[in-house]
Design a protein around this ligand. Structure first.
Ligand code: HEM
Length: 457
């Protein structure tokens, strides 16, 4: 089955569950992935006592479905709001219950702009610009390695920027977002750890708010200009959000609410895709023969001409590569929920308000769900067992009512970007360099980027 069987980097599971102090040390210096012990990958429902309360880890598909399919009984935990609100306020990603339902009714019409056929030309234009930037960097590097992480952030931010605002993202803005959001991720992770240990915040909350303002400042001025010059057009997401009305009160979004929703769509709409693309390119760089096979697939589909919408849909090999990258490195590593009312799961009584975690990282590396779960094997999806597991235990976009709105958009965009990179470059993992280390921030990031050699074809 495996054309290039290898086990890409992941933190070696600990022999036994760490104590409270070791857990804090690992969380502060590394991330929660490094706190996992071997049994965490196979147990059905684990529980950890933390100073702020108990945390239940749900890692059995029947229980995962029970939790994710019932958003009324298992709404998002308060920590989602605490971690993200400096960036995205109380927008549709973090709200719950009736408030969430009303917000969803207001933002749903905006997502017609993420319709796959409609968005394709914007994606293709942003991807062409990215290939030009990559060529420039590859030429300047003259055979030395370049970090593809900022390149992936730039292109995915550009795609979503064009979809929201109908204009392309400038170099300086792309750089500002990359730096501020990167820093925000580590600040927010540490602030969250301190909260779980009931320790003072040491000013991290203030820093998070400042960084949030920096990202919001990239696009807030565009909103002001559009509001001032509105001519009733419906070109993009921003126009649709300006038209949105509350289903009960009939009120439009306030200026702050509008920026919250835009910030959410902008961040949810690019960071996740960028990180997963980085992992996919890294994985590919370790497999030269797979690159050649995918290159032949792309050339066979296009006959050497430009890649269009239908071609991208048909590139099963490229799509499987991306599915496997999302399985091994799901950008959203865990989904925090709480129990609205007390509930018994297996033999454990879970009280109202306690923390429950569904971790795509664990579900997708659970040997009960996947054969050779830590191995990189995109062709697994072409087998009946792999196709079944894809339906049952592949949850990088979540599941149930709160499933990602942008899943189709992200997969089309990623397949297009990967196919264009494969067409234009051979990727090599630099000899002698340490493999990327995965750390869990808000998304699963590489500690020091994805440094690869790009050889123009
Ligand atoms: C590879 C790329 C992406 C991944 C892995 C991803 C993952 C997720 C996950 C796991 C959730 C659910 C979180 C939970 O249940 O707690 C989610 C929700 C969401 N995503 Fe994505 N996402 C991606 C791309 C996108 C894109 C491109 C957009 C917008 C165009 C988007 C917009 C949203 C929104 C608005 C929600 C909140 C839905 C709700 O609660 O009503 N995402 N995403």
């Amino acid at each position: 089955m495996h054309e290039c069987p290898f086990t890409p980097p992941y933190p070696q599971p600990l022999a036994k569950k760490p104590g409270l102090i070791r857990r804090f040390y690992l969380g502060w210096c590394k991330s929660w992935l490094d706190m996992l012990h071997g049994r965490a990958y196979t147990m059905k429902l684990g529980v950890t006592q933390l100073p702020a309360g108990r945390a239940f880890m749900v890692n059995d598909m029947a229980l995962v479905e029970q939790v994710l399919d019932d958003a009324a009984q298992f709404p998002k935990h308060r920590m989602v709001h605490d971690m993200l609100s400096p960036m995205i306020g109380n927008s549709v990603f973090v709200s719950n219950g009736e408030e969430w339902a009303h917000q969803r009714a207001m933002v749903n019409p905006a997502f017609v702009h993420t319709n796959l056929k409609r968005a394709f030309p914007l994606m293709a234009a942003a991807t062409r610009d990215m290939i030009a930037r990559m060529r420039g960097q590859a030429d300047a590097a003259g055979g030395r390695a370049v970090d593809v992480d900022p390149l992936m952030t730039h292109v995915t931010a550009d795609v979503i920027f064009r979809t929201i605002f109908s204009v392309k993202l400038g170099e300086a803005e792309a750089e500002a977002v990359y730096r501020a959001f990167g820093e925000y991720q580590s600040v927010s992770q540490r602030a969250h750890l301190l909260r779980l240990y009931r320790l003072p915040g040491f000013g991290l909350g203030r820093r998070a708010r400042r960084l949030g303002q920096r990202v919001r400042a990239v696009f807030a001025p565009m909103v002001e200009v559009r509001v001032a010059q509105r001519r009733g057009e419906r070109r993009d997401i921003l126009d649709a959000l300006l038209d949105a009305r509350h289903p009960v009160s009939g009120a439009p979004f306030t200026a702050d609410e509008l920026v919250d929703q835009l910030a959410l769509i902008f961040l949810a709409g690019h960071e996740t895709t960028a990180t997963s693309l980085g992992w996919a390119l890294y994985l590919l760089s370790e497999c030269p023969e797979m690159q050649e096979r995918l290159h032949a697939e792309i050339e066979g589909a296009t006959g050497g001409g430009p890649l269009d919408y239908e071609h991208v849909r048909a590139l099963e090999g490229v799509r499987n590569l991306y599915r496997e990258a999302l399985r091994l490195y799901p950008p959203v590593g865990f989904l925090p929920r709480t129990s609205e009312r007390p509930v018994t799961m297996r033999d454990k009584r879970i009280g109202a308000g306690e923390l429950m975690l569904v971790a795509p990282w664990l579900v997708q590396r659970n040997p009960g769900n996947w054969a050779c779960p830590h191995a990189f094997a995109p062709d697994r999806f072409a087998t009946p067992e792999g196709a079944e597991a894809l339906k049952e235990a592949w949850i990088p976009f979540g599941k149930g009512e709160r499933i990602c709105i942008g899943a189709g958009f992200a997969q089309q965009e990623a397949a297009l970007i990967l196919a264009e990179v494969i067409r234009h470059f051979r990727l090599e993992f630099p000899a002698g360099r340490r493999r990327p280390e995965v750390v869990a921030r808000l998304t699963l990031r590489p500690r020091d980027g994805f440094t690869l050699v790009l050889r123009p074809r």
